[in-house]
Structure formats: structure tokens, C-alpha cells
Design a binder for this molecule. Structure first.
Ligand SMILES: NC(=O)c1ccc[n+]([C@@H]2O[C@H](COP(=O)([O-])OP(=O)(O)OC[C@H]3O[C@@H](n4cnc5c(N)ncnc54)[C@H](O)[C@@H]3O)[C@@H](O)[C@H]2O)c1
Length: 263
């Protein structure tokens, strides 16, 4: 299929599984040349093979690895037009978290977005523009039951994305942030590596409103086409975000009440 993405070099980090895998497949279906980057090498290989892309194993926790990823992408498919900074982990559950845990989640969920932008924005400016897609979370907009490390890194990443948009939009750099609540991926226990082709995964019960990674990818591409900054696949996230903005103290008090453990 041809589209405005046809022939464009697109990098997707965490592209071997879940939302990243769905984004990689979506862009490939639209004619893009997709680089599937994942620290789990076999996953990256499997997805890249399926979509005719390039697999690059590597960990986004290191700026050198992100630099090398971009170099390899450019050498294979030409200038990077879209960078999907999608890889993320959960963790850093509370104040008792170790220095190592906090360092790891900060590097992957927050600093990797900064290193990706450092690696691609200068060339994007030279070529007249580009698009940075950041997979964040509803936890970037509204705190809730998510762990401490996840909450502060996703909030920070949203702040960075806003800064990018404000600083570079007039020079052709677009930013789109995907902020879902629960998605049917590895983060809630799914393992696509064990799934047979064409067999649907059965979701565990009682988790609430869960969207499919394909729906996230489809809504992200639609937002990119419309030039929208935020992608909110769960309507309740937008409602809660509005309530927070309208009356921060009441929103905090009600959320604290809801989260307080039963005694
Ligand atoms: N699943 C959800 O409910 C949910 C909700 C909101 C946001 N998100 C966000 O979506 C993004 C993708 O997660 P997912 O839900 O698809 O999870 P997933 O576990 O299904 O997939 C994540 C992929 O990223 C890779 N990865 C993890 N850390 C990496 C690193 N340091 N370097 C390179 N690759 C790495 C993993 O190997 C895996 O293949 C994350 O940023 C996550 O925070 C997920």
C-alpha cells in the first residue's frame, strides 16, 4: 500500500513485542521501511522478518546504543523520518526502590526519549522535518495505581515531549504522544513469543478496559496524519485529565481516597 509514509525510514524501539510490534506492522503496511529495535534480539528478528524490515538488537538504556541504532538505520534505509521511542518498562515500586532500579527505569522510560531526539532531530531539521512518536502512558497525565518509578518517568517524558513540540514545531518537527491505560501486551502478562500464528490470546479477567496494541497503532497513525499531539485510546483518561486540570486539589483528594488500602 502507498501512503505518505511510503519509502520512509521509521525506527520503532521495543518493536519486537506489544505496542511496538503493532506500530512496526502498521508502518510497514503503509509502505514504510521499518527498523525494529529491541533488546530481545529474537523478537526483533521475528517481527523484522515478517514485515521485511531491519532488526537491530540493542538496549535504549544507553545513548551510545541509540546512536548506533540510528547510524545503522540511516545506512540501510536512508534518513530517519519517524522515530517511535516506544520501549518501556515498569518498576521502581515505591520509596524503597534501589538506586539501580531508579537509574534503570529513568534511563529507559525518560532519558531514552532525550537521547533519541538528540540522535535524530539535527538531521531531521536539515531534511526539513520529521516526526517523533513517544509511547508514554495515561500515567504521564494522571497519577494513579502505577508504581512510583513508572509515574515520574512518564510524567517527565511528557514534559520533554511538550518542550520538543514548543521548541521545534515551527521548524517542521512534529511530536505525537501515545498515552493509553491498559493494553494487551507483555506489561499485563501476554507473551507473543509463545503464541501460534493467527491464534488470539485470551485476556485475563477482571483487569478492566483493555485495548489491543493494534488499536493503539491505528490511533497513533491517525493522530500523526491529523497533526495531533496526544493519543488517548481510553476515553476515561481524557475525562480524568480534564477533572484534574479543572480542580487539582479535589482530584488529588478523590484519587487518594480511591487508592487508599482497605484497613
Ligand atoms: N501495556 C500497557 O498496559 C501499557 C499501558 C501504557 C503504556 N505502555 C507503554 O507501552 C510501551 C511498550 O510496552 P508494551 O506494553 O508494548 O510492553 P511489552 O513488554 O509487550 O513490549 C515491550 C518491548 O520493549 C522491549 N524493551 C524493553 N526495554 C527495552 C530496552 N531498554 N531497550 C530495548 N527494548 C526494550 C522488550 O524486549 C519488549 O519486546 C512502554 O513504553 C509502556 O510503558 C504500556
Amino acid at each position: 500500500m502507498t501512503s505518505e509514509f511510503s519509502g520512509h525510514c521509521v525506527i520503532v524501539t521495543g518493536g519486537g513485542h506489544g505496542i511496538g510490534r503493532a506500530l512496526a506492522e502498521r508502518f510497514a503496511a503503509d509502505g514504510a521501511r521499518v527498523v525494529v529495535a529491541d533488546r530481545h534480539g529474537p523478537r526483533a528478528q521475528k517481527v523484522a522478518q515478517r514485515i521485511g524490515g531491519l532488526a537491530v538488537p540493542g538496549d535504549v538504556a544507553s545513548p551510545a546504543a541509540i546512536g548506533a541504532l540510528v547510524e545503522q538505520a540511516v545506512a540501510t534505509f536512508g534518513p530517519v523520518r519517524i522515530f517511535c521511542s516506544n520501549a518501556g518498562i515498569t518498576g521502581g515500586f515505591g520509596l524503597e526502590s534501589s538506586v539501580e532500579e531508579i537509574d534503570e527505569i529513568t534511563r529507559i522510560n525518560l532519558l531514552a526519549h532525550v537521547w533519541a531526539a538528540q540522535a535524530v532531530v539535527p538531521a531531521m531539521l536539515e531534511q526539513g522535518g520529521g516526526h517523533l512518536v513517544q509511547t508514554l502512558s495515561s500515567a504521564a497525565l494522571i497519577s494513579g495505581p502505577a508504581p512510583m518509578g513508572y509515574t515520574f518517568t512518564k510524567h517527565g517524558a511528557l514534559g520533554f515531549a511538550e518542550w520538543l513540540q514548543l521548541t521545534y514545531a515551527h521548524r517542521g518537527i512534529k511530536v505525537t504522544c501515545l498515552c493509553p491505560n491498559l493494553v494487551n501486551t507483555g506489561m499485563i502478562g501476554r507473551n507473543e513469543d509463545d503464541e501460534a500464528e493467527g491464534v488470539a490470546y485470551t485476556l485475563p479477567e477482571g483487569l478492566g478496559d483493555i485495548v489491543e496494541p493494534e488499536e493503539c497503532a491505528q490511533q497513533t497513525v491517525a493522530a500523526m496524519r491529523e497533526g495531533r499531539f496526544l493519543v488517548l485510546p481510553h476515553p476515561q483518561v481524557e475525562r480524568s485529565f480534564r477533572r484534574k486540570a479543572e480542580d487539582y486539589d479535589t482530584w488529588l483528594a478523590r484519587t487518594a481516597e480511591r487508592l487508599r488500602p482497605a484497613t
